[in-house]
Design a protein around this ligand. Sequence first.
Ligand code: AMP
Length: 205
Amino acid sequence: MIILFIGAQASGKGTQAKIIAGKKGFAHISTGDLLRQATGELKEKTDVYISKGKLVPDDLILELLKERMKRPDCKNGIILDGFPRTLEQAADLEKVTKIDQIFEIKISDETAKKRLTGRWNCKKCGIAYNLVTAPKPKKGKLCDNCNIPLYQREDDKNEKAIQKRLNIYHEHSEPVLKKYKDKVIKINGEQTIEKTTKDILEKLE
Ligand code: AMP
């Protein structure tokens, strides 16, 4: 079972993918997280793209993704978050697996920009907080679960990178939604986290 979560930056797709994967016993694979966890040569090669808001070359992403998909937690199903982002990546994915369902988490560019400026993350548990919208951490900039300082992503600090990522989403990722329109379920990502989760669970097959 392969489910794709597609949405603009800060649509909440990562948050929802984490919640739904936890509830259903699926693996949550975020290519952005895989890249941020990279070390050594791979990190050196990929950081230059990420900090500018550009897409990392397909061969590097595919290698990471294929390795991750071999792990045993993938046997019940996988939620892919942030892949495929282009028609080429969708074609690559189809070579290795069938796509069952696609959730499009929809927000406006205005909401995306507002949320991105307030996004702070926990390096340990991966939760994304938001100082401007929600969920806000209970104590300053500390993770509620891990009690460690939150950090802001380099690409969220950089206004040019934010605009670049949104442009890439419209230009390259929206055509993926068009290609698979029969499998796409549209979810309103402007709602609360809880309501968005409820809507996804109702539509999940
Ligand atoms: P995300 O955490 O999904 O917002 O991804 C952060 C950054 O990682 C993106 O802006 C890209 O630079 C890179 N990235 C993540 N997933 C992909 C992908 N499927 N293809 C190319 N680059 C990616």
